[in-house]
Design a protein around this ligand. Structure first.
Ligand code: AMP
Length: 291
């Protein structure tokens, strides 16, 4: 594996089809699953490693975001990554050009984190322009982000195929996030209510419950006593709130546990008229986050 610092240096090492995995580092099994998918689908796997200041609405969250390049380089190497792209600074000066997605970028996460998806879309557009991948891999853990990236690619005609991968969960069900390292043992039971509520709602949906409000209230009920930002059933492509589960959708929630903000979702696809939930996959061992 080579560590590269510039777009040109990365592009100079390409062979065949290029698969990009954009990340902010501090890798866990969710990132590794994206790298493995890229390894299967592409000839050259490039992982970008950059904590993007544009997508943080809270300076304290940016300041304490976990960082450890040596650790991450070792993990990426083991995952079969060819190029770890670690730019010194992608935005030495604040960019005058920003990409704002009307509608789907302003709802749910966008409503609680103003400017977040503008920051995401701007950095991803820059990575697509500079790295010119054929394929790009994103996690379904960030379902709204997947919608934003798909729309960005469609609207601006980036010649990139976007592939979304299932959420990887810890053995207790908590969706992996680099921020999980900040949860104290006494906060963990509260954090777990998020996945538990969503997974219960997934059961209900597969058993025939199609009412959006009913599915949302199952989650809210489970989250009683937790600081909830939102619980919402939304369409996968437009991120529009749904009255009924009658098209591809995701049920998403965001909560705050102490200083840590957690998001999670289950996605629903319709297969021959039946609702099929994507609950993600669960580790059967402790995550490498805690090594
Ligand atoms: P991040 O470093 O948090 O910006 O995430 C980089 C990529 O990994 C994004 O596409 C995320 O959606 C994805 N990702 C983060 N956590 C998970 C997870 N638990 N399961 C699957 N993908 C994830």
């Amino acid at each position: 594996m080579d560590l590269v610092r510039s777009f040109a240096e990365a592009r100079g090492r390409y062979l065949g089809r290029v698969g990009l995995v954009p990340t902010m580092g501090f890798f866990h099994e969710g990132h590794l699953a994206l790298m493995q998918a890229a390894r299967q689908g592409a000839d050259t796997v490039v992982v970008s490693h950059f904590v993007n200041p544009l997508q943080f609405d809270d300076p304290a969250d940016l300041a304490r975001y976990p960082r450890d390049l040596d650790r991450d380089a070792g993990l990426a190497e083991t995952a079969g990554v060819d190029l770890l792209f670690v730019p010194q600074d992608l935005f030495p000066a604040a960019p005058a050009t920003r990409i704002a997605l009307e509608g789907l970028g302003a709802r749910l996460e966008g409503a609680f984190r103003p400017g977040h998806f503008t920051g995401v879309a701007t950095v991803v557009a820059k990575l697509f322009a500079g790295l010119q991948p054929d394929l790009a891999y994103f996690g379904r853990k960030d379902a709204q982000q997947v919608a934003v990236i798909r729309r960005l690619v469609e609207d601006l005609s980036f010649p990139v195929r976007v592939l979304a991968q299932p959420t990887v969960r810890e053995s207790d069900g908590l969706a992996l996030s680099s921020r999980n390292v900040f949860l104290t043992p006494d906060q963990r039971p509260q954090a777990l209510l998020l996945s538990r509520g969503l997974l219960e709602a997934a059961e209900a949906a597969e058993a025939g419950e199609r009412n959006g409000a009913a599915l949302e209230s199952l989650v809210r009920h489970r989250l009683a006593g937790v600081d909830v930002d939102y619980v919402a059933l939304a369409s996968q492509d437009q991120v529009e709130r749904l009255t009924d589960l009658d098209r591809p959708a995701f049920l998403a929630a965001a909560v705050r546990v102490g200083e840590v903000r957690l998001i999670d979702n289950v996605s629903f696809d319709l297969v021959a008229g039946e609702v099929v939930a994507d609950r993600g996959v669960r580790l059967d061992h402790q995550s490498l986050l805690y090594r």
